[in-house]
Each structure stands twice: as structure tokens, then as C-alpha cells.
Design a protein around this ligand. Structure first.
Ligand SMILES: Cc1cc2nc3c(=O)[nH]c(=O)nc-3n(C[C@H](O)[C@H](O)[C@H](O)COP(=O)(O)O)c2cc1C
Length: 346
């Protein structure tokens, strides 16, 4: 059974390196994981169509193994001037501190999901994964018509049932421990903060498609536990952030080692995401951030300047709750270690 389900992922090992759009994932990281028998993923959510196609070309120069491309399924609300006015005094303070001009420069528009998906269809990865919502049935059919397997992200049983009814090939069950954005697309995100240990068996009991467990999985012990709870595979993000192939900055790596406390915050992008608590998150504890992706655009140069200046008190420091359990080693070595620890090879 497990062997058959692992094949649904099209990989030797039931281990997925999570897509991590915006820096931590790189073609080098994804290719190293795929070459080691896992499924490497590349988060393409912030890429234009041309960038997505170029990334796939680059990946194919680095690996002949299956890999996944990943997108955010979004229908963006129009920018809200009152939200911009609400957050501007807070952002203005950080801009001054970082030596940025008073107003953010007009950046490129956020690429549309439909256009990005066209690029994925042309790039034809073995796997397409998504979060934040659900594509239409027609979009999933178009992916299947090109032999692209489809993995959708669910943070509740209800979401998993919706995804399964759309004929996805696997559901990634994202527990509340997970680093980065919450995938929640039905109801409030607070009610969808369900720990991986309880989410995985409930989703596995309700849907027929394979379940990929995500959130807080850092070593082979946790992989074994998840497979024992009904998962067919696991997806690890934070654990791969400390690999040398990852694009994680030095300040971010240092913060992960002592990330005993993380928070789910809308401060950086407007959507709830888990990261290390810092002064920037705290500034938005009492003031509501602008909606996604407006907040993302408004904070773009602040996040870039904070990262360039190594300002861990202002930077976006995505991290799962397992971050201090991270082990810095090449991705292939980490995959081998996880396989050994979980007893998968035997
Ligand atoms: C830095 C970072 C960026 C992420 N970006 C994405 C993304 O672009 N697309 C996506 O589907 N999930 C994204 N995630 C969530 C992961 O898919 C996954 O749910 C999570 O990493 C699992 O929890 P863990 O970090 O504790 O392993 C991201 C996670 C992190 C840590």
C-alpha cells in the first residue's frame, strides 16, 4: 500500500521538500532533493510567467528526476486605500529606521494566478502543488491532460474533502506547526490551527487520495510517526532551510537555531504566516495589516532592506515550530539521514 502510494509522488522516497517561495527554496535545493530520491519543489508564487519557465529550464539542467512547481491560488481583493492609510504610520517608522524613502516605489504588479498556471502547464513539471485555495475543475483537468500530478494544501478536514472532490492526486495536510503561510481557504484561520498529529489521521480517514503530512516534521522519528498516522508521505520546509543549497540568509539561519517561540502573523504579507516573533510582528499586534497581497507590496522594500542590513528585528523570518531541531547539512545528506532514521530503506 505504502509503496503504491509513494509511487503517486513519483519518487523513490516519500519525502517532499516543501516549496518556499521568496528566497529559501532554490533550483539547487529542489534538484538536490530530487536527485537524492525525494521530491524537490520550487515555489513560483512571486514569479512572472517567463521566470517560471526559466526556473523549470534551470531545474532540468540540474536534475532529470521529478520535481514540483508550486503556486498560490489567489483571487486578490483590490488595493484598499484605507488599509494603506492605516498601516502607513507603522511602516513609515521602519522605513526611516532602514534609511528608505518615505513612500515605497511603485513595484511590479503581483502576477495573476491564471497566467502563472499557463506557464506551469507549458513547463510541464511532474507535479504541481498549490496552497491558499483551490483551482477550478477545468484547471485540474488541464494539468492532468499534461500528465502533471496535482497536490493541494488543506488545513482542515473540510478543505481536504473539497480538494479530493476536485480530483487532486494527493492532499498535503498542513498542521499548525508549519512554517510560512497558512494554506487556509475556508473559514477563519484561527479555527484551522490544528496540530499535525491530529490533522493527519482525520484527513486520512476522510479522503481516499494519499495524504502528505506537513508541519513540524524535522527528523526520522516524526516521519515514522506521520506514516503511522496514515500519511503516505511527508513534506518538510523548515528542515531544509538550513541546507547550504537553500537561499536562507545568514541572519535567518541564526534566528532559526533559537526560534523557540514563533507566531502566526499577517504583518509581512497580509496573510497569516508562521515566523519568528520580532519587533515588526509586534508592531502589527494591535493594528490590522492590509490584505494580501497589498501588505506584501507595501512591505516589499522594507523586507529587502532589513534582509540586506541583517536586521533580524525587522526581517521576515518564516519558521516552523520545529526550527531549533534543524540540522545544517547538504540536502542530499539530509534526505539520506531522514530515510535512515525513519527506517524507510529497510
Ligand atoms: C520559508 C517558507 C516558505 C513557504 N512557502 C510556501 C509556498 O510558497 N508554497 C506552499 O505551498 N507552502 C509554502 N510553505 C509551507 C510549506 O509548504 C509547509 O507547509 C511547511 O514548511 C511545513 O512545515 P515545516 O516548515 O514545519 O516543515 C512555506 C514554508 C516556509 C517555512
Amino acid at each position: 500500500m505504502r509503496h503504491e502510494r509513494t509511487n503517486a509522488l513519483r519518487t523513490r522516497w516519500p519525502i517532499v521538500q516543501a516549496p518556499m517561495a521568496g528566497g529559501p527554496d532554490t533550483p539547487e535545493l529542489a534538484a538536490a532533493v530530487s536527485n537524492a530520491g525525494g521530491l524537490g519543489s520550487l515555489g513560483c508564487a512571486y514569479m512572472t510567467e517567463a521566470q517560471i519557465e526559466a526556473a523549470a529550464v534551470k531545474l532540468r539542467t540540474l536534475t532529470s528526476q521529478p520535481f514540483a512547481l508550486n503556486l498560490f491560488v489567489r483571487a486578490d481583493a483590490p488595493s484598499d486605500p484605507s488599509a494603506a492609510a492605516r498601516v502607513s504610520p507603522i511602516l513609515g517608522e521602519f522605513r526611516r529606521e532602514l534609511g528608505l524613502p518615505a513612500e515605497p516605489p511603485p513595484g511590479p504588479p503581483t502576477p495573476q494566478f491564471e497566467d502563472q498556471l499557463e506557464a506551469v502547464l507549458r513547463a510541464r513539471p511532474a507535479v504541481f502543488s498549490f496552497t491558499f485555495g483551490a483551482p477550478t475543475r477545468e484547471q485540474i483537468k488541464a494539468l492532468h491532460a499534461r500528465s502533471i500530478a496535482v497536490i493541494g494544501t488543506a488545513t482542515t478536514v473540510e478543505e481536504a474533502v473539497v480538494l479530493a472532490s476536485l480530483d487532486v492526486d494527493a492532499v498535503c495536510a498542513q498542521g499548525s506547526e508549519a512554517g510560512g503561510h497558512r494554506g487556509t481557504f475556508l473559514g477563519s484561520f484561527e479555527e484551522a490551527l490544528i496540530g499535525t498529529i491530529t490533522l493527519v489521521p482525520q484527513i486520512a480517514a476522510r479522503v481516499k487520495v494519499p495524504v502528505i503530512a506537513a508541519g513540524g516534521i524535522m527528523d526520522g522519528r516524526a516521519i515514522r510517526a506521520m506514516l503511522g498516522l496514515g500519511a503516505s508521505a511527508v513534506q518538510l520546509g523548515t528542515a531544509f532551510m538550513t541546507c547550504p543549497e537553500a537561499g536562507t540568509s545568514e541572519a535567518h539561519r541564526a534566528a532559526l537555531a533559537t526560534a523557540w517561540r514563533t507566531v502566526v502573523t499577517r504583518a509581512f504579507s497580509g496573510r497569516p504566516a508562521r515566523g519568528v516573533r520580532n519587533r515588526f510582528c509586534e508592531a502589527f499586534a494591535a493594528v490590522e495589516a492590509a490584505p494580501f497581497p497589498q501588505q506584501q507590496r507595501l512591505t516589499r522594500d522594507i523586507r529587502a532592506a532589513a534582509a540586506a542590513q541583517g536586521r533580524a528585528d525587522i526581517m521576515q523570518l518564516w519558521a516552523g515550530q520545529g526550527a531549533p531541531l534543524g540540522r545544517a547539512m547538504p540536502a542530499a545528506t539530509l534526505v539520506e539521514l531522514l530515510v535512515r532514521e525513519a527506517g524507510l530503506g529497510s
